[in-house]
Design a protein around this ligand. Structure first.
Ligand code: FES
Ligand code: FES
Length: 163
């Protein structure tokens, strides 16, 4: 198949690239742009280690083609920090020990980033359900729940401060 030229904004930077139609977005990000934070943990769309934010939604990039992202806005874990200051979800996972091996973490963070915009004041049950597309083999999830709660509190505090 001939390559198709796409223009996709990744972490605020426009990327114009020729891609094969079959190229999965996860491979485009990791191999073409060297954004290797997003990981691959399965071939059946379960683990969510590949989760990125596309046009305001959490998407598993292993089940999305790069060519579909023409004209899209994509955010990856490398784009979460602002001028070196950690985003609230990054700070929450750090403070609450929400990671061990770190393999699931980029996907967890990208999901938490969007989930807390979908539901800024979630209950524990809502957090567990809202993060259910992301598997972790290390933490048992308990500290991830606390990490998301930490981030929710921090985001609400800064929203109040700027209101
Ligand atoms: S790599 Fe497992 S869901 Fe994408
Ligand atoms: S921290 Fe190891 S898989 Fe989640």
């Amino acid at each position: 198949m001939p390559k198709k030229l796409i223009s996709v904004t990744v972490n605020g930077k426009v990327q114009e690239k020729a891609v094969e139609p079959r190229t999965l977005l996860i491979h485009f990000l990791r191999e073409e742009l060297n954004l290797t934070g997003a990981h691959i943990g399965c071939e059946t769309s379960h683990c969510g280690a590949c989760t990125v934010d596309i046009d305001g939604r959490s998407v598993k990039s292993c089940t999305h083609l790069a060519v579909q992202c023409d004209g899209s806005q994509v955010l990856t874990v490398e784009g979460l920090a602002n001028k070196g200051v950690l985003h609230a979800v990054q700070e929450g996972f750090y403070q609450e020990h929400g990671l061990q091996c770190g393999f699931c973490t980029p996907g967890m963070l990208m999901r938490a980033y969007r989930f807390l915009q979908e539901n800024p004041n979630p209950t524990e049950a809502e957090i567990r359900m809202g993060m259910s597309g992301n598997l972790c083999r290390c933490t048992g999830y308990q500290n991830i729940v606390k990490a998301v709660q930490y981030a929710a509190r921090k985001l609400q505090a800064s929203a109040t401060a700027t209101a």
